[in-house]
Design a protein. Structure first.
Ligand SMILES: Nc1ncnc2c1ncn2[C@@H]1O[C@H](COP(=O)(O)OP(=O)(O)OP(=O)(O)O)[C@@H](O)[C@H]1O
Ligand SMILES: [Mg+2]
Length: 364
């Protein structure tokens, strides 16, 4: 019988690869006066070492909260209610459950920036308006890389140049409010990359940038990845960037991962109706210009209201009454591609049939 447990993507070769981060059954709730929102409802995935995992899904599905939860930075009233975040350092030592660290304790603070850094969706979240950009990058380098101030400054200027800042020496002495939105975003990318982390969580890192700068930044990330074996968790709405950057993709909907597979399978053989709809809603070269782009009908339900059965069923073009609105779908490994996971009742039957056929059992 094919496994129905939600186990993580294990790399394209189908073998258990060395992971840098493994998230297990992670749950986050926001307890507010108007109710409880399950921002993450038990998600499980891995980011293999040296690889890039793309995380996609509509606004509000929990992408940023996933990144923040890994670093124990979920803002109040959000709380991590259960799960594990296993981090495996590159020296080959035992994996550590980061959620066992005290949120603001020395171990967790030491891990942030040094081992795992995050480029936040909102640049001003991580840039301190009271300090120059250069000093903030230099501080991060001094904390984790070298104690030599001159060397730290040189490295900071070098990384500012690498992210395409014009006149990096001048930018080094500028305050965040003196920079444009795109420059602030690049300053934050420079800060994230300056410590050569094991894992970079990049949350919409290039949304405020023009396409040329975006291409340069993506190239820089790839270079660093090859140089130091950095892993990347790339959170984005831009499926074009996913195609360019990612090895594997996790598709999220309402705090859950509904499909996980290699980037090729997500683009060429998507299974979940939600993934299929997402892909149909992006423009493609070569399609008839008069054809309308498809939109996903309806909108993401209010996160404070629980939807029974599959949370996508009210919007799903393949909705099966009596099943999809009643039963929450298990995550299934496709028998034809065991690393491909999907949470959809459409594949339940297929799964049982294929398993039954392959085992010679005709009774089911
Ligand atoms: N500060 C907060 N207070 C209350 N609820 C929150 C807060 N931050 C996030 N949430 C809840 O968590 C859910 C997931 O939010 P998250 O920011 O992870 O979405 P996202 O997928 O990153 O969206 P986007 O694409 O717009 O950035 C939201 O739907 C919201 O209900
Ligand atoms: Mg977000």
């Amino acid at each position: 019988m094919a496994s129905t447990a939600m186990s993580p993507v294990r790399g394209q070769a189908g073998q258990a690869e060395d992971f840098v981060i493994r998230v297990e059954d992670l749950r986050v709730e926001f307890r507010t006066p108007i109710g409880v929102s399950s921002a993450l409802d038990g998600i499980t995935f891995e980011v293999p070492r040296g690889k890039t995992l793309g995380v996609v899904g509509e606004s509000g599905c929990g992408k940023s909260v996933t990144g923040l939860a890994i670093l124990q930075l979920v803002p109040l009233p959000g709380i991590i209610t259960s799960g594990r975040v296993l981090f495996r350092p590159h020296d080959g030592s035992e994996a550590i459950n980061l959620l066992e660290y005290e949120r603001m304790g020395a171990d967790m603070r030491g891990t942030r920036g040094k081992n795992i850094s995050m480029i936040f969706q909102e640049p001003m979240t991580s840039l301190n308006p009271c300090y120059t950009v250069g000093n903030q990058i230099k501080e991060a380098i001094l904390l984790h890389q070298t104690k030599n101030h001159k060397e730290a400054k040189e490295r900071a200027i070098d990384i500012l140049q690498k992210v395409g800042m014009p006149n990096p020496e001048r930018i080094f002495g500028s305050y965040p409010h003196e920079l444009s939105g795109g420059m602030r975003q690049r300053a934050m990318i420079a800060m994230g990359l300056s410590c050569t982390p094991d894992l970079l969580i990049a949350d919409e890192p290039t949304t405020a940038l023009d396409v040329t700068t975006e291409a340069n930044i993506l190239e820089l990330m790839r270079e660093l990845q090859q140089e130091i074996g950095m892993s990347i968790m790339f959170i984005t709405h831009n499926l074009g960037v996913v195609a360019q950057m990612c090895d594997d993709v996790a598709v999220m909907y309402l705090g859950r991962i509904v499909e996980q597979a290699s980037v090729e399978e997500i683009f060429y053989d998507p299974k979940h109706p939600y993934t299929i709809s997402l892909l149909r809603s992006i423009p493609r070269l070569g399609t008839n210009r008069k054809e309308h782009l498809e939109v996903i009908r309806g909108s993401v339900p209010d996160p404070y209201t629980r939807v029974s059965g599959c949370p996508f069923h009210p919007r799903c073009p393949s909705f099966m009454p009596g099943i999809c609105d009643k039963v929450y779908p298990e995550a299934l490994h496709l028998p034809s591609s065991p690393q491909h996971l999907v949470r959809c009742h459409l594949y339940n039957d297929l799964n049982h049939q294929e398993v039954a056929t392959s085992s010679g059992d005709k009774s089911s």
